[in-house]
Structures are given as C-alpha cells and as structure tokens.
Design a protein around this ligand. Structure first.
Ligand code: GLY
Length: 390
C-alpha cells in the first residue's frame, strides 16, 4: 500500500506520455531507489530472489537460486547502491548476492550462469573490489565453458532439451548475454580459452541465427557432432518464422557487448542491423509488442522487458559507434524508450516493482502483462548508462 504514496511523485516525474528526446536520468534513478528501498524493507532475504508480481498482488514472487532470473534483483540493488550510496541498499545487495554463492557450483546444468552471476557478483566486484566475488565469477565462467561444444562452435543452451525434445544441441539467442562473463573472466585471471569460446559462440550465432532482414530466430537446433543446423524454431515467440521481441533485444545488447569486448566490426554490424530491424517494428510509444509478427496486434500485450533491454543495448551501441548518424539514432531511440517506460503507462505504481507490462512467455501462458525483475534491472542499467555516458 505504501507505493500508493509514491504515485503522485511518479506521476509528477513521468506522467506525460510523449516520447521525448531528453530525460533526467538522475531524477528517475532517485525514484527507482525509493521504490526499491521500500521493497527491500518489506522483503526477507531468505524468502528467495524476486522474479515477478502476480496480477493483483503487491509483493514480488520469489524463486530459489537456480532460476535464470536469480541474479537480477541483487544486481538491481548494486546499481541503485552505486547511484545513491545508500548503505541499507548495500547491506541488502551483499545479503542477496551471498545467497547466490551456490550458483558457481551449478556445473554444466544451465547456460544462464552469466545472467545469474555476472549481473549480481559482477556488479558487486566492479563496485566493491571484494576479491571473494572475483573468485566466484572465475569459477562460474569455467562452469559455463563446460557447456561449450567445439564440434558445433556454441555453448549448449537448455541441455535438458536433449531428452525432452530430442534436440542433440541447441542455442538460443538469449545465450549471447552470457558471453559477457566469459570475456570478463578471460581478462581477470581466467584462460584465453574463455575468450575464444565467447568469440566462437558469437560468430556461430551471427551465421546461423539471423534471417536476411536481420531479424533473429529464437532457437537453432544443431547436430552435436558438427556445426550442421537441423532446424530453426521458436519457444517463446509466436511462430518459428515470427520475431520474438525479447530475443531481438538480446541480440542488440549481446552483439554490442561483443563488439565492445573484441573490436570485431562484424559484431558491430550485427548489433546495428538487429537494432534497425527492432526500431522499424516499434509502435508509437517505443515499447514493442511481445512479438514483432503477430497476426493482429489488437488485444496483444506489450513487453516492457524487451524495451528496457533494447534501450540499454542501444546506449552501448551509441557509445561505441564512431558514426555520428548511428550515435544519434540509437541514443535518441534509447531515450525515447526510457521516457515511455518512465510514464504512468509503464510505471507499476501499486506493486514492489518499478515497471509493469512485461511478458515472460505468452505461448506457455507464463507471466503475461506483469512486472518482471529483469525489466527493472535493464531499465535501471540503462538509466545508469545514460547518467554516466551522455
Ligand atoms: N532468457 C529467458 C527469457 O528471456 O525469457
């Protein structure tokens, strides 16, 4: 209920629904800090890791450490501590991150280790320099590398699909995001092999996961003894030949990050092309529907998480690009997106979350039109990038 008290402030700061070219990131981060401070005050760390708010609920529903989303709430706390220097946020960030320590031992079970450990302990190490986090990150990077299949050239996503669906080896576009942990580890005491794995994964994804118009496939199923592609399909999108919005956002962000880490122009080109495809399919408010190719958009849901991820990725791209047109195009698009997300339409207001209106997986009937923790994480990350870089 106490979030109702914040509503006038939220509206004062973000009510207008226009997609403006400027945004006071500092001020908006202040609003986010207040919301998250209230939330952590009401949550027990040992209840688990916030993931989603069910329709009609106020509080986060939490998961155990093995959920792919477990690192986002600790990471959100670290970003907002970095912004506000509030010691209570730091205390809670440390406590949530501590509870993620077992992730480093999830050897070879999931490709999501980067999401889980880099968003949490990665930010913790960057901000505090505590060597404990560094050792967790290095150990987790080695676990993730255990899923790399050199005969295919990619990290195995969803290993359980081998038995469940008979896929010998699969790679999902989301997995681009986990490469950041490998690049980081190779620069911080890990082996060169981690860098080589990340580059191989990104090059194979670039070759096999894009269509000619630079839209992306969600899942590529490979043979497991050669790089032969068996099928290109979707799991969370509308159809195999449609374009799942969050997948396109993962591609923008993932390839921009790979360009930052390698300097390879093919990765920058991939990020630019993925972003231009994304921008060409947006509705007026810069927040995509959950899929770009729905037969009828009436009655369909928007996905604020896809918008937040794309905004953060486009800011990275704008920062890295030395082409003035690209810099302007992607920065403006990111700011317009963040403005829209900062409006009354998308701010949650009545829950513990910052943003509402995300979609986990429509085809599975999961988490439709609700607050999701990764939308909040990438929204705040994008605001931090805007505040620091521009
Ligand atoms: N990586 C899972 C998702 O984007 O839903």
């Amino acid at each position: 209920m106490k979030f109702l008290a914040l509503l006038p402030l939220l509206c004062f700061l973000g009510c207008s629904y226009s997609v403006k070219n400027n945004l006071d990131a500092q001020q908006q981060l202040g609003v986010c800090s207040e919301i998250v401070l209230s939330a952590v005050d009401d949550l027990e760390v040992n209840e688990g890791f916030p993931r989603a708010v069910k329709e009609g609920d106020y509080a986060w529903t939490c998961t155990g450490h093995t959920a792919w989303t477990s690192g986002f709430f600790p990471g959100l706390l670290w970003y907002l501590y970095e912004h506000s220097h509030n010691d209570f946020l730091k205390l809670k960030a440390e406590a949530y991150t501590e509870n993620l320590k077992p992730v480093k031992e999830l050897a070879w079970g999931t490709h999501d280790l980067g999401f889980m450990m880099f968003c949490s302990a990665g930010n913790a190490y960057r901000i505090t320099g505590d060597e404990k986090y560094k050792s967790w990150l290095l150990e987790t990077a080695d676990s993730l590398a255990g899923l790399f299949n050199p005969d295919v050239g990619t990290i195995h996503s969803w290993p359980w699909m081998k038995n469940k669906r008979g896929w010998p080896h699969n790679t999902i576009i989301d997995n681009m995001m986990n490469l950041e942990l490998l690049f980081w580890a190779s620069k911080n005491g890990g082996s060169q092999r981690l860098y080589d794995i990340a580059v191989s994964h990104a090059q194979s994804t670039l070759k096999n996961q894009f269509r000619d118009d630079f839209s992306t496939y969600h899942v590529v199923v490979y043979d497991n003894q050669s790089p032969k592609v068996l099928s290109r399909i979707t799991d969370q999108g509308f159809a195999d030949e449609s374009v799942w919005s969050r997948g396109q956002s993962w591609a923008i962000y993932g390839f921009a990050m790979c360009y930052r880490e390698t300097g390879l122009p093919e990765f920058k080109e991939a990020a630019v092309n993925a972003a231009d495809y994304y921008l060409s399919g947006l509705p007026e408010d810069y927040v995509p529907y959950w899929d770009f190719k729905l037969p009828d958009f009436k009655e369909e849901e928007k996905d604020a998480s896809a918008a937040a991820i794309a905004a953060s990725g486009m800011l990275e791209l704008a920062k890295l690009s030395d082409n003035p047109d690209e810099k302007k195009r992607f920065k403006e698009a990111a700011v317009k997106t963040l403005n829209s997300l900062s409006s009354e339409e998308y701010l949650s207001g009545e829950t513990m979350a910052i943003l509402d209106h995300s979609v986990g997986s429509k085809p599975h009937g999961n988490e439709i039109d609700v607050p999701l923790v990764y939308a909040d994480y990438y929204y705040v990350e994008a605001l931090m990038r805007l505040k620091k870089w521009f």
